[in-house]
Design a binder for this molecule. Structure first.
Ligand code: ADP
Ligand code: ZN
Ligand code: MG
Length: 550
């Protein structure tokens, strides 16, 4: 969403967007914390199947027996290499929606943003060395889709880069430092590179994290070296990714960082801008940047790169569809609608996943079914069959059928696009995915309907197994239902008594009662749906509709 509105208003900005609602049913397992030492021991013993690296406090690992574990993130640069050498499947977190995000997407958008913003999953995109990239990049502005505003700003910079003497002659002060900030995966790196490409100038990339982690003791001299090179090349774009790593507010004095930062500040005050050098830096946490960096003559231009809105998502999808054989049945407009809150990187991943699927089938073109599967893979995780007992399958089938039936009864204009009881790589036992219609406002009864849809899983379990035997699979459903009820009771004042706590309880309880009653009245359809799910494991929109409407 656009920054002008501010992050806090996200919930309201979200309304009026087509939402994909995914009721994901974790088995309620918590990740087990393991110490860093144990982690490597287990890695070497072959007990670890895969690891998700990110820039957060922890690495997430999946053990061979399927257990999810977390271990402290050492933030060292060779972690990935070591893991790969041990044949462990390594994923980087950047392109994945946080697993929780989907369940919360409807009302918890704020929570999602603060997670992804705080974490900065940029992680280990290590620039092996700063010498790596000093050619003129072969991409330009056609390869990046950002807001018109941002693009105007960037076009300005092109002419500064191309004709610095002209500006100098007129006594204009050229911009020196531009700080790009916003959530990960929104195209900051890409934009910096495209700027150099568009202006036909050399591109020098380095990452703040490298200075602190890799080049211990040499940060400052590396900075000087890069500026020297840029001058020798007759100008260009110097890009400093993750500048927060060196430009953090000075806390308890990290010498290495101080020196690197000082070298950077000195270099930046040393050139006149008329040299044809522009320094671009990127961060996803503007709030932690040392104010010294933001002063006049340093990074005094700031451009926010927010999550793309509908039009921008469509543009991004078009950019990445350009080199792919899309079937004409694929509607990028539709897809842009369905991908609210996706970053550019996630959109790119989605299309890439679809292309991989089409290639695997040797289908000739990328069809809607490839897009659909890719969407699931990116959001909920890859299907990971096996690993479920017959009775777990039975329960999960009823649970998902419960969601579907409640969605069908209470949200007649929502489409139920997919039900599955195949466990996913993100730890879901199954899920029910629906596409919600475009709405500007939500009524009280529509919100209640959302609660009922969320509670359909637990209510179906109850009916099948009795109160005593319900499972932990409904944890995230219950949380979500409570969150909606809480918002209704407080923010939207939709309760009866005006006492928020009491109202929340009442709204929740009556929705639960209504859900139980509705499932009881439709028991036969519920059975049929669950039966079909057990047989086929995944049901798509048409099959679901057929069962629900017959
Ligand atoms: P950031 O630096 O903001 O984290 P990146 O520039 O590294 O994001 O984006 C990663 C990839 O995602 C890009 O290489 C590109 O393929 C895709 N991408 C992200 N944002 C955009 C965008 N605005 N337009 C086109 N592609 C994008
Ligand atoms: Zn559920
Ligand atoms: Mg980047």
């Amino acid at each position: 969403m656009q920054g002008k509105r501010g992050w806090g208003l996200m919930v309201f900005a979200m309304i009026g967007v087509v939402l994909i609602l995914c009721l994901m049913d974790g088995a309620g397992r918590q990740a087990v914390p393991i110490s860093y030492g144990d982690f490597w021991q287990m890695a070497e013993d072959g007990q670890i199947e895969s690891v998700i690296l990110g820039n957060g406090d922890t690495w997430q690992a999946v053990l061979q027996d399927g257990t999810q574990a977390v271990t402290p993130n050492p933030r060292s640069a060779d972690g990935k290499e070591r893991l790969l050498a041990l044949d462990i499947d390594v994923k980087e977190q950047e392109n994945a929606l946080p697993p929780l995000a989907l369940g919360l997407i409807a009302l918890g958008a704020v929570a999602l943003l603060s997670r992804s913003r705080g974490k900065g999953a940029l992680g280990l995109q290590a620039y092996a060395s700063i010498h790596a990239d000093e050619r003129i990049p072969d991409i330009g502005f056609d390869d990046v889709a950002v807001s018109d505003d941002t693009m105007r700003n960037m076009r300005d910079l092109v002419s500064f880069l191309q004709k610095p003497e002209t500006y100098k002659r007129y006594g204009a002060r050229c911009p020196k430092g531009v700080l790009l900030y916003g959530p990960p995966g929104t195209g900051k790196t890409l934009l910096a590179k495209a700027l150099a490409g568009e202006a036909k100038r050399a591109f020098f990339a380095m990452s703040g994290a490298d200075f602190v982690q890799v080049y211990v003791g040499v940060g400052a001299s590396r900075v000087r070296e890069v500026f020297k090179k840029a001058r020798a090349a007759g100008g260009g774009v110097i890009f400093i990714d993750e500048i927060d790593a060196i430009g953090k507010k000075r806390d308890n004095g990290n010498d290495e960082r101080e020196q690197t930062l000082n070298a950077l500040l000195t270099e930046m005050s040393g050139f006149s801008g008329g040299d044809g050098i522009i320094v671009l830096a990127a961060t996803n946490r503007l709030d932690t940047i040392d104010p010294a960096l933001l002063r006049e003559g340093r990074f005094d231009r700031r451009i926010e790169i927010g999550l793309p809105d509908y039009e921008e998502r469509l543009k991004i999808l078009r950019v990445h569809a350009r080199n792919k054989p899309m079937s004409e049945n694929v509607s990028l407009e539709n897809l842009a609608h369905q991908t609210a809150l996706f970053s550019g990187a996630q959109l790119e991943t989605l299309l890439n996943e679809a292309a991989i699927r089409a290639a695997r089938r040797e289908a000739g073109r990328i069809g809607p079914e490839d897009i659909d599967e890719a969407f699931c893979a990116v959001t909920v995780g890859e299907a990971r069959p096996g690993n479920m007992s017959e009775s777990e399958k039975h329960i999960t089938a009823y649970h998902e059928a419960g969601h579907a039936l409640m969605t069908h009864c209470m949200q007649p204009d929502a489409r139920i696009t997919r039900l599955t009881i195949i466990p996913s790589s993100r730890g879901a036992a199954g899920y029910a995915m629906s596409v919600q219609p475009d709405r500007l406002l939500h009524t009280k009864s529509q919100l209640t309907a959302m609660i009922c849809a969320a509670l359909g899983g637990r209510a179906a379990e109850e009916m099948l197994l009795g109160q005593e035997n319900v499972t932990t699979g409904a944890a995230s459903d219950l949380k979500k239902a409570r969150e909606i009820a809480a918002a209704m009771a407080s923010e939207f004042a939709m309760g009866e008594t005006g006492d928020a706590a009491k109202d929340q309880q009442q709204i929740f309880q009556s929705a639960f009662d209504c859900t139980r009653a509705c499932l009881r009245d439709n028991r036969e359809r519920l059975d049929r749906l669950a039966q079909a799910l057990m047989e086929k494991e995944t049901l798509l929109e048409q099959e679901i509709d057929q069962i629900l409407t017959s």
